[in-house]
Each structure stands twice: as structure tokens, then as C-alpha cells.
Design a protein around this ligand. Structure first.
Ligand code: NDP
Ligand code: BG6
Length: 504
């Protein structure tokens, strides 16, 4: 049974008091048969519905080229994803009944007109008159179809009267500055920025959100959060699995575009930004943009690239190479691992290396931020006095941990490293931590853009990454091979310790 925190009822009440909760709402999913819809969108919509957080009169409409019997699909094919608890069957059946589906091509004008009239007919008032509704359009399709779909939505399916239209897009938002700007320019012809929700699901994670509270609500850290006290910042992302099932997409993008230019750069901006003037979406994003504007494009000498190769782990276990995947060319130079050093040229951070390291097919799965403080000046202790280190573990085992020096209890006077440890599973035992998509879907429905990427953020992010991406491709820079399951790449560790000033 999911245990919500004690304030959940207060939260639910505040949601139910909002106008949006009381207004009819159509949630349209393009690419309803796809991986993301199956793994994230439908399950999270169900969980929100079960918790009475979806607007009370919500209808969900799938759209796609496949002829999908949506109710059977939900009841049979993807029901396992819903993690139904005892007694959930009845509420799940009610949820399923709220679902509809339209089969059509993404460039078929007539189908979008049909979508519009279907939505209208879903909401009749007590006298059987059509009612307007808020409309959310979630593009869970490959990015190449974004232009077609967004244009046709704008021309045929906008919400009527004063109701809102929200367009939700998934990364990747382009491949470089040009392609991203083209997409932004296209979208801005049809939608206002307030209507566009660019999802970066890392922004919906509990621990990424907690960084803001940690930083700006604790005087003790506010004073130390700068180049005077901090030696280096390491943002480390590892996965213990390869690109299974997604190699076709991945080979075109690589690890830098897949997670570094978006998820990990977003974390960097939250770690580095100044205090915003308020906690509004624009105030926060204004500060994040300032951080990005203070950064130069990355230099090749500050980068290590890798690609995983097979690892025969005993007679029966064979972890395949990246290029063993049928959708990857044998001579692919796409990186599945990258470490890089970035600098923020402002008063707070001048000279402090921000290290980002990300890799697939490594020894374990983890995402964490490690902030290493400077050595204590004039150390009076004979044995080594290590640096303080603050570790924010985003996943798994969410925690915040401060490594510090303490006198080992006893007659002698010996320092040892110990932890001030806030492990969520212990401190908030049994408490349900909302999934990133649960939170982000609520934001999309109720109209908060705090956790979504603004177009100027995106433009700056691509400015920092486009030159290095183009150089890697133009010069056909060969990634270093590492075995599936490796802890790291020696060249990366070397970069992290030398240029990154980070002590392992
Ligand atoms: P899928 O490959 O599963 O495609 C989703 C749906 O889009 C398909 O079911 C299909 O529906 C339609 N589609 C597939 N290929 C094409 C094509 N070439 N032209 C037109 N329509 C097509 O994608 P995902 O669900 O994995 O991803 C959707 C979006 O979310 C992408 O932008 C992806 O980058 C992003 N994303 C996905 C994540 C994931 O975990 N899956 C994570 C983060 C982002 P039909 O045939 O019925 O039209
Ligand atoms: C996605 C990337 O955006 O994020 C994937 O495309 C990656 O390659 C995933 O595995 C990581 O997300 P999470 O939430 O599992 O850490």
C-alpha cells in the first residue's frame, strides 16, 4: 500500500479547489501505443486518477497510426504496468472507461478535425449541449513528427473560449543549435511559450527538486556555496545496462545529447544558480539561464569519450558490445560514455570545475551530485584531514549525506571520516515518493512550468554543446573502448582528478 505523507490530504484539497480541477479536461496522447505511453503516461495518469488528483471530468484520447482497441490494450496488454493493488479493479475499470482512441496519420488534416469534434462530443452538459474543455496534447512520438502534429493541433484542435491548450514535448529538442532553433521557431508560430511544456523528467525527481530547498533554506550552506569554499562539483550518472531496445535512436544521438545536454546540465544549473527573486517558474528559470550564459562552449581537451565493448563474464554470461546491436553500424563512433569539465565564469564560480560524467553499461546504476569542499587551511592534525563532501544521491536510495571529519572516540586523537546521513528510506520510512512523471503530469494539467525547459534555456544549452558535438562528428573522434560492467575509464578518472580537482 502506498503511504502518502501526512500533508497529502491538504495537498489534494488544494488541488480540488482549483478551477482547473472543476473544468472539463481532454488529455490527448499522440503515439499512444508507444514505449513512453505504456511505461509512463498511462500508468501515471491512472495513479493520479486513483488519488483524485486528475480534474474530475477528464477524458483521455489516444491517437496513432495503429488500429488500437484502447480499452483492451489497457485492460490486457499494459495492465501489469499499473501496479494494481488489492481492491483496485473497480477504479481501474472506471479509469479505462475514460479512454478513447483515434486511428490516423499525423499529417492527416481530416483526422485532426475528427479529433477536435471527438473532444467536443466528450463533454456535454446536463442539457446535452457541447461544453468547452482544457486540452492537453502530449507528443509521445519521435521528434521528427513534432512539426506536423503541432501545426495541425494549432490549426484544428485548439481549446475554445478561455480554456487552455497545453502542448507537451519530450526530449530530444533538436540535435544542435540549428535544429533546435528551427523547432522553437516552428512552435512559436503556433503556440505561446506558456502553452509549451518541454519535459525534462529529471526536473520532476524528488531529489532534484529538494536541491532548491536545501540550498536556499539553509543558511549554513548558503554562505559556503561558492568558489571560496568549494573545490569541485561532480555530477555522476551511471547505468548498469546498455542501450537495449533503443540503440536505433541512441546511435543518432549518443550519450551527450541523450542525458548530458539536458538532464545533467539541468542539475548543474540548479546547483550553480543564484537565489531567484521568488519561487515562481520564471524567476527560477531566469537564474538558470544566467548560469548557462556564463558558460563557454566545452573544449575537446576537457572531454573523454567511451563506447562499451563485450565483456565475457564467465562461460554463460556474455554482456554484448554496443555495436553488437543490429541497429548499430559496426563502425559506429557514437559515445555511450562521456566525462567533461565545464566552467562557469561568474563571481561565484570562477575557476571551480563542474565535472559531468555519464555512462551506459557500467558497474551500477546511480545518479548523484558530489560537492567537494576545499581543504581545511592550516590543518593542525597530524593524520590526513580529508575534504568535506556533500553527496546528493538522486537515485537509487535517495539521500543527502555530508562527509566530515570527526575525532575517533577513544584515548588517542585520531581523525576519521564520518557521515551526517539523511537517507530518505530511514528518515521518511515507508513514505511514498512521487514518480517524476506523476509530478510533471500534475504540472502540465494545473499549469506550472517550474519543472519545464524554457526556450532560452534550451538555446543556451545548445550553444554550450553544439561546437563540441560538431567537432566530435567532423573529426570522427574515436571513443575509448571500455568493457560492459566497468567501473569507469582510466582516462576519465585521470581527467576528473587532474583538471577536475576531485579526490576519489
Ligand atoms: P516509440 O518508438 O515507442 O514511438 C511511439 C509511437 O510513435 C509509436 O507507438 C508509433 O505509434 C509512433 N511512431 C513510431 N515511429 C514513428 C515514425 N517513424 N513516424 C511516425 N510515428 C511513429 O517512442 P517512445 O514512446 O519511446 O518515445 C516517444 C518520445 O518520448 C520520443 O520523443 C522519445 O525521444 C521520448 N522519450 C522516450 C523515453 C522512453 O523511455 N521511451 C524517455 C525519454 C524520452 P503509431 O505507429 O501508432 O503511430
Ligand atoms: C532518458 C534517456 O531521457 O533518461 C535514457 O533517454 C536514460 O537513455 C534515462 O536511460 C534515464 O532516466 P532515469 O529516470 O531512469 O534515470
Amino acid at each position: 500500500m502506498r503511504k502518502r505523507d501526512r500533508n497529502f490530504e491538504v495537498y489534494r484539497k488544494s488541488i480540488q479547489e482549483q478551477n482547473v480541477y472543476k473544468q472539463p479536461t481532454a488529455f490527448v496522447i499522440f503515439g499512444a501505443s508507444g514505449d513512453l505511453a505504456k511505461k509512463e503516461i498511462y500508468p501515471n495518469l491512472f495513479w493520479l486518477f486513483k488519488d483524485s488528483l486528475l480534474p474530475q471530468n477528464t477524458a483521455i484520447v489516444g491517437f496513432g497510426r495503429k488500429n488500437l482497441e484502447i480499452k483492451d490494450y489497457l485492460k490486457q496488454k499494459i495492465v501489469d504496468r499499473m501496479k494494481l493493488e488489492k481492491d483496485d479493479q473497480e477504479i481501474y475499470d472506471i479509469f479505462v472507461d475514460k479512454n478513447h482512441y483515434i486511428c490516423g496519420n499525423y499529417n492527416d488534416e481530416q483526422k485532426f478535425k475528427e479529433l477536435d469534434s471527438t473532444i467536443q462530443k466528450l463533454f456535454l452538459d446536463s442539457n446535452q449541449n457541447l461544453q468547452s474543455a482544457n486540452r492537453i496534447f502530449y507528443l509521445a512520438v519521435p521528434p521528427k513528427v513534432y512539426p506536423d502534429i503541432s501545426k495541425r493541433i494549432a490549426e484544428n484542435c485548439r481549446a475554445k473560449e478561455s480554456f487552455y491548450t497545453h502542448l507537451v514535448l519530450e526530449k530530444p529538442f533538436g540535435k544542435d543549435t540549428n535544429s533546435s532553433n528551427n523547432l522553437s521557431a516552428h512552435l512559436s508560430k503556433f503556440f505561446q511559450e506558456e502553452e509549451i511544456f518541454r519535459i525534462d523528467h529529471y526536473l520532476g525527481k524528488e531529489m532534484v527538486q529538494s536541491i532548491l530547498a536545501f540550498r536556499f533554506a539553509n543558511q549554513i550552506f548558503r554562505r559556503a556555496w561558492n568558489r571560496d569554499s568549494i573545490e569541485s562539483v561532480l555530477i555522476n550518472f551511471k547505468e548498469n545496462f546498455g542501450t537495449e531496445g533503443r540503440a536505433g535512436y541512441f546511435d543518432e544521438y549518443g550519450i551527450i545529447r541523450d542525458v548530458i545536454q539536458n538532464h545533467l546540465l539541468q542539475i548543474l544549473t540548479i546547483i550553480a544558480m543564484d537565489q531567484p527573486i521568488s519561487n515562481s517558474a520564471d524567476a527560477i528559470r531566469d537564474e538558470k539561464v544566467k548560469v548557462l550564459k556564463s558558460m563557454d562552449p566545452i573544449k575537446i581537451e576537457d572531454v573523454v569519450l567511451g563506447q562499451y565493448v563485450a565483456n565475457e563474464m564467465g562461460a554463460s554470461v556474455q554482456k554484448n558490445a554496443y555495436t553488437d546491436d543490429k541497429s548499430v553500424p559496426d563502425d559506429s563512433l557514437t559515445s555511450t560514455f562521456a566525462t567533461m569539465i565545464l566552467y562557469i565564469n561568474n563571481e561565484r564560480w570562477d575557476g571551480v570545475p563542474f565535472i559531468i560524467s555519464a555512462g551506459k553499461a557500467l558497474d551500477r546504476t546511480t545518479s548523484e551530485v558530489r560537492i567537494q569542499f576545499k581543504q581545511v587551511p592550516g590543518n593542525i592534525f597530524k593524520n590526513v584531514c580529508k575534504r568535506n563532501e556533500l553527496i546528493i544521491r538522486i537515485q537509487p536510495d535517495e539521500s543527502i549525506c555530508l562527509k566530515m571529519q570527526n575525532k575517533r572516540p577513544g584515548m588517542d586523537f585520531i581523525l576519521e571520516e564520518t557521515d551526517l546521513d539523511l537517507t530518505y528510506a530511514e528518515k521518511y520510512e515507508g513514505l511514498y515518493l512521487p514518480k517524476a512523471y506523476e509530478r510533471l503530469l500534475m504540472d502540465v494539467i494545473y499549469g506550472s512550468q517550474i519543472s519545464f525547459v524554457r526556450s532560452d534555456e534550451l538555446e543556451e544549452a545548445w550553444r554550450i554543446f553544439t561546437p563540441i558535438l560538431h567537432q566530435i562528428e567532423a573529426e570522427r573522434i574515436k571513443p575509448i573502448c571500455y568493457k560492459f560492467g566497468s567501473q569507469s575509464i582510466p582516462e576519465s578518472d585521470n581527467l576528473i582528478t587532474t583538471k577536475g580537482n576531485y579526490t576519489f
